[in-house]
Every structure is written in structure tokens, then in C-alpha cells.
Design a protein around this ligand. Sequence first.
Ligand code: NAD
Length: 250
Amino acid sequence: MSEFDGLVALVTGGASGIGLATAKLLQERGARVAALDLKPEGLPEGVLGVQVDVTDDAQVQAAVAAVVERYGRLDVVVNNAGIGAIGDVTANSDEEWARVLDVNVIGMVRVARHAVPHLRRSPAAAIVNTCSIVAWAGVQQRVLYSATKGAVQALTLAMAADHVREGIRVNCVAPGSADTPWIGRSLQDTPDPVAARAALDAFQPTGRLVTPEEIAHAIAYLAGPYATATVGTTLAVDNGMHGLRLRPQA
Ligand code: NAD
């Protein structure tokens, strides 16, 4: 018997990186899984792909309804779709602020809004939001992105308080730099992507980036039956980046 046998999970941004690793892992552990994504391509066999833009409430409503129609229930929601933004506070236009907040924060709200009525009927309901260590670490040139992830952490806590007595646990994971297509794209924008990657690896306390699978395992833990007393927390999966203060190597 696996932890998620008989349960149904949906994962936004489930076609790439952290979301894809999570969809795979939840399926391996017994869940029937739907990946909601702008481009639901390249999914493992058996994972239901649903094309959805989380900025479109009608699409989100239809996608959640399609998952429940197909599988008859919904137990686990992984709110993971997100986009980045670069720059200091002078860099981004109002339109960019609205766009990134729309995807990274209101996107999670839309999914939860339509999922919660179904989760209320689940005996094993959980929501896991993907935050980031930038919610509490000042990282240069990430003002807009960091503001969205700070909002995700506050959203997680408020949702956890609202729904804990209904049996819906809400938590979030906070990855550090993770080896996903996202990081690959941002390295391509540097003058020397190979050197930039080596520098990013060297910057990590462990000397390497976090893997999407490591984050997927943290998400599965928070969503699963071993975390039934864990509510409103943020689980860092960041190679110790946030908490550690290492001396320079001699
Ligand atoms: P990724 O780019 O590999 O995957 C993101 C997925 O989200 C893609 O499949 C994309 O199509 C989908 N997506 C984007 N906008 C969408 C929308 N409007 N509607 C539906 N789907 C949409 O990125 P990733 O690295 O796997 O990041 C996933 C999450 O992890 C994001 O929330 C990101 O902020 C967070 N995160 C990533 C890192 C990192 O270093 N990679 C670190 C901390 C937090």
C-alpha cells in the first residue's frame, strides 16, 4: 500500500521542473495525477494533462471540474506554477508587476478557490504551495519575484488558518536554486553560461544545485499522511543556503 493510493492530486506547472518531478513522484506513490500547465506536454504515461493558464479564472474552474469529473474526487493540490522577474525596484513596469503577481499569487488563489469545495470532502486533503527562500532572504535583482513569494508565504499561513478545522492542511516548500529548465533559461541569458553555472554551483553550501526530485519529495511529505500534524509551515529545500553561515574555504 502506497501513501497516495486512492487519492487524486493536481499539480500546476506540472509539465516542467519541480512540478513534473512532483507529478511523477505522486503517481509513483499511488495517486492519480493531473498536471495543469500552459503546455501540458511530455508528461509521464498516466498523468492527465490539462491545458490551463492560471491567470484565467474560467480556465482554472473548468480544469478543476475536469479533474473531478474524470477521477471523481480531489485530495491534493500542488500550487506550483510560477514565473520569474529580474531587476531592482526601478526595473519593472506596473504591467510586469501585475503579470507576475497574477501568475505567482492570484494563480494560486484561483486554483484553491475552485479546489477547496472538493477538498472539503476528502479525508486526506492537503494543499502545498511553492514558495522560495527569496521570501525571507534579500536576493539582489529579484524585487518583484521576491514580493510574490513573500505573498505566497503569507497566503499559505492565512489559508492554513482558515481551513485547518475543515481538515485541509496548507503548507509550502521554499526551494533554493533548483536545477530545472527555469535555471537553464536564466543561465542562457549570461555572457558565459558554463562559467555562470559553475559559479552558481560553487555558491551553494553543498556545491551543487537542489534537484527537482528533492523538492518533489518535500512536497509529497507535506501533502501526505506522515505530515498530518504539520500545518502552516514552510519547508526549506535550499542546500542550507538560507540558514547557514559558512566560513570561506582556506
Ligand atoms: P519551470 O519553468 O521549469 O516550470 C514552470 C512550469 O509552470 C512550466 O511548465 C510552465 O509552463 C508553467 N506555467 C508558467 N506560467 C503558467 C501559467 N500562467 N499557467 C499555467 N502554467 C504555467 O520552473 P521550476 O523551476 O520548476 O519552478 C516551479 C516553481 O518553483 C515556481 O513557482 C518557481 O517560482 C519555484 N521556484 C523555483 C526555483 C528554481 O530555482 N528553479 C527556486 C525557488 C522556487
